[in-house]
Design a protein around this ligand. Structure first.
Ligand SMILES: [Zn+2]
Length: 433
């Protein structure tokens, strides 16, 4: 296990940038000296992103992957446009997607818009951008082609027919995870290995989600339920899928097997923490730590626990987003619940709680979800990370709950209708007008 001490630069001051450049050189030197095992893992000190040097390097591969997509999807658009027109429009979209990526650390980042601009490949483009931005490719000597292939495989392993648990949700969680990892306490203490794991876990945490919950799998005797003995069935499956894709892509094949195994286990521990049925267990631990004020992030176990809590927050942060984004997610998740309820009715099974479209409304589900699940978690997160972002999230959550409680149902339905057909690409010309 190596002990490469990368000191962090936590802002953009020239001094910190110089330090970063020094670090880069030092890492290069150490790599030369330890060519056999020049990577990994848990003892890396923080790696920070966003030096100008890293940023300028980052632009080229992003341009490359976007132009790859342009070629991949161009036939679809050529039916109705001349070649010149669609080329111009695609260039316009690529430019706008790149422009939007500059705001990837903003809490009001519109993942729906970014997904349309990136031809439905937001998970691939956004995660790749963050890997480059953090310098993870260089640091862990990742093969860019393998990384891109891995991310495409991850994207394709999400089921696009799911209204909610699809690649767009994974992209949204990855963007939220990035925002949390940029918070001062985390950015000053997370190691490069923590960051790598945080991004991988966010991108893969719902892989191959079937669009139904664990209760449904158990009562329909699904093989996954018996495989995982009715415990964290979905989360275990997501984790195993993630490991399978990591191995198949060969992304980490150059790591020593001990490090690879360690990473796979930590990845599992993060993904398993997203099991909502274990919410109280994690929340009680979090509260106890905060009461004792003993979450010192120079301790690797504490950092891992905070990554688990950050991923849990990222996974259920929809009600903490601005209303126009939050309500879209609310309708999507309700569509998925009701679809499961319809399936249960067709099979003469008891309809799961929240899944009966005749007994629930989007508003009713959201109010309950915010009150009993989201609010308790984010109040504790704000105790841990008392920052402007935490206050913004709590502000949106309160305001969104108020709207679900007080807006007339007719207005809410109208909102849903207005946004349900928004999967087409926007008009490139009018975008920023
Ligand atoms: Zn999720």
């Amino acid at each position: 296990m190596l002990d490469v001490q990368l000191r962090a630069q936590t802002s953009y001051t020239p001094e910190r940038q110089r330090r970063s450049e020094g670090d880069e050189r030092r890492v290069g030197h150490e790599r030369t000296q330890r060519r056999q095992h020049a990577h990994f893992c848990t003892d890396f000190r923080p790696l920070q992103s966003r030096t100008d040097a890293v940023r300028s390097e980052a632009e080229q591969p992003v341009r490359s992957v976007l132009s790859f997509q342009k070629n991949l999807h161009s036939s679809h658009y050529s039916r109705n446009h001349t070649h010149a027109t669609h080329h111009t429009l695609d260039q316009e979209y690529i430019g706008q997607a790149k422009c939007l990526l500059r705001k990837v650390g903003s809490w009001s980042f519109d993942i729906f818009l970014f997904d349309r601009l990136s031809n439905g490949k937001s998970l691939v483009d956004l995660t790749l951008h963050l890997f480059i931005d953090y310098g993870l490719i260089k640091l862990f000597r990742l093969d860019l082609l393998k990384l891109r292939q891995f991310l495409v495989m991850v994207h394709e392993a999400y089921r696009r027919q799911n209204p909610y648990h699809n690649a767009l949700h994974a992209a949204d969680v990855t963007q939220a995870m990035y925002c949390y990892m940029q918070e001062p306490q985390l950015s000053e203490s997370l190691t490069s290995c923590d960051i790598l794991l945080g991004l991988l876990a966010a991108a893969t945490h719902d892989l191959d989600h079937p669009g139904v919950n664990q209760t449904f799998l158990i009562k329909t005797n699904h093989y996954l339920a018996s495989l995982y003995q009715n415990a964290s069935v979905l989360e275990n499956h997501h984790w195993k899928c993630a490991v399978s894709l990591l191995r198949e892509s060969g992304l980490l094949s150059h790591f020593p097997s001990e490090d690879r195994q360690n990473l796979e286990e930590r990845l599992g521990s993060l993904i398993l923490a997203t099991d909502i049925s274990r919410q109280n267990e994690y929340l009680s631990q979090f509260r106890a730590h905060l009461d004792r004020a003993d979450l010192h992030l120079n301790n690797s176990q504490n950092r891992h626990f905070i990554l688990q809590m950050a991923l849990k927050c990222a996974d259920i942060c929809n009600p903490c987003r601005p209303w126009h984004i939050s309500k879209l997610w609310s309708h999507k998740v309700t569509d998925e619940f009701f679809s499961q309820g319809d399936s249960e009715k067709r099979q003469n099974l008891d309809v799961s709680i929240l899944c009966d479209r005749n007994a629930n409304t989007v508003a009713k589900i959201q109010i309950g979800f915010i009150s009993f699940v989201v609010e308790p978690l984010f109040l504790e997160w704000a105790r841990f990370s008392d920052t402007p972002l935490s206050q913004i999230m709590l502000g949106h959550m309160t305001s969104n709950k108020y709207k679900w409680t007080h807006l007339p149902q007719e207005d809410l339905r109208e909102n849903h209708k207005q946004h349900s057909g928004s999967s087409q690409r926007p008009n490139a010309v009018g975008f920023y007008s």
